[in-house]
Ligand binder design. Structure first.
Ligand SMILES: Cc1cc2nc3c(=O)[nH]c(=O)nc-3n(C[C@H](O)[C@H](O)[C@H](O)COP(=O)(O)O)c2cc1C
Length: 305
């Protein structure tokens, strides 16, 4: 019996549970040179904003123990260029397309999402209400339950397909924010965005990135992400896309056991861009070895003391 890796989230069917994480492969063009994007469950784009953004000046990344700090500052082409230059390429790809949307004001999120509604091949929107690297909006929205609920409910009015709320770990209670997003009409959660951190050069006493603080990602954050996925899974009923430090099929299985239906691979793509292909093969082999027919048999099945 061949294991079936397909999963379904909010009525959208994915060939497998492995997606790319926003900001870690641009708009997919460079990745498509390395492997056919049909190997992915979904491609998630870099955050798109209303106006183009150059982001913060360099240096905007720094390596840390088992991780990476970044404060890119949401550098992206903006919705106009995304529609004219990037969507035509994405529309041709035989994978699901999730467009991540960010903004500094609610009106910006609404305008971008309304524009995306015209493109049927944009299967879902992932709402970035959790970016730690911009001065306004982003994480501020995602740290306030009322703003979270309102931003989701307003976007749901202009975008007719499913909306994913991407949650921040930089809050007192991620469950409280998840419940607010659920209340606002979210269809799924992405858990988690990066943790706020910093790093300093001890010779110059200078912070290592120009924004002085940034988002910590990579294997260092996996235990935090797993716990948050499981907390949200235990208290809410929407499907979860698990994110944080995934480097192997073993990591993916941990996320599935904690309650994720699918996962995203981010920082690890910078080391091995075709990692999703390897993970898919390893996951299939694990399912065969464990005599599992479907991903469903793993979701939320963690055994606890
Ligand atoms: C360089 C870089 C840029 C990122 N840009 C975005 C972004 O534009 N929007 C967003 O929602 N998340 C962004 N993220 C966060 C990732 O999507 C992901 O949530 C985070 O990196 C954790 O996963 P990982 O440990 O597998 O990298 C970015 C991460 C990195 C490393």
């Amino acid at each position: 019996m061949k294991p079936n890796l397909s999963v379904s989230i909010a009525g959208v069917d994915f060939a497998n549970p492995i997606m790319t994480a926003s900001g870690c492969c641009g708009y997919g063009e460079e990745l498509a040179v390395i492997f056919p994007l049909s190997k992915l469950g979904a491609l998630v784009t870099k955050s798109i904003t209303l106006k183009p953004r150059l982001g913060h000046p360099s240096p905007r990344t720094a390596e840390t123990s088992s991780g990476m700090l970044n404060a890119i500052g949401l550098a992206n082409v903006g919705i106009d260029k995304f529609v004219t230059d990037k969507i035509p390429f994405l529309e041709k790809q035989k994978t699901k397309i999730i467009v991540n949307v960010a903004g500094s004001k609610l009106a910006e999120y609404i305008e971008v999402c309304a524009r995306l509604n015209d493109f049927e091949r944009v299967d879902m929107i992932e709402l970035n209400i959790s970016c730690p690297n911009v001065d306004e909006g982003g994480m501020e929205f995602g740290a306030d339950p009322k703003m979270t609920e309102k931003s989701i409910s307003e976007v749901k009015k202009v975008f007719s397909r499913p909306v994913i709320a991407k949650l921040s770990p930089n809050v007192t209670s991620i469950v409280e924010i998840a419940k607010a997003a659920e209340q606002g009409g979210a269809d799924a959660f992405s858990v988690i965005n990066s943790l706020v951190g910093t790093a300093i050069d001890i010779e110059t006493w200078q912070t290592k990135i120009t924004n002085n603080k940034g988002g910590l990602t990579g294997p260092a954050i996996k235990p935090v992400a797993l716990q948050m996925v499981n907390a949200v899974y235990s208290k809410c009923s929407l499907p979860i896309i698990g994110i944080g430090g995934i480097q192997s099929a073993a990591d993916v299985i941990e996320f599935l056991l904690c309650g994720a239906t699918a996962v995203q691979v981010g920082t690890a793509l910078f080391i091995q861009p075709d990692l999703p292909v390897t993970i898919e093969k390893e996951l299939k082999a694990y399912m065969k070895r464990k005599k599992l027919n479907s991903i469903d048999e793993l979701i939320g099945k963690v055994r606890k003391y």
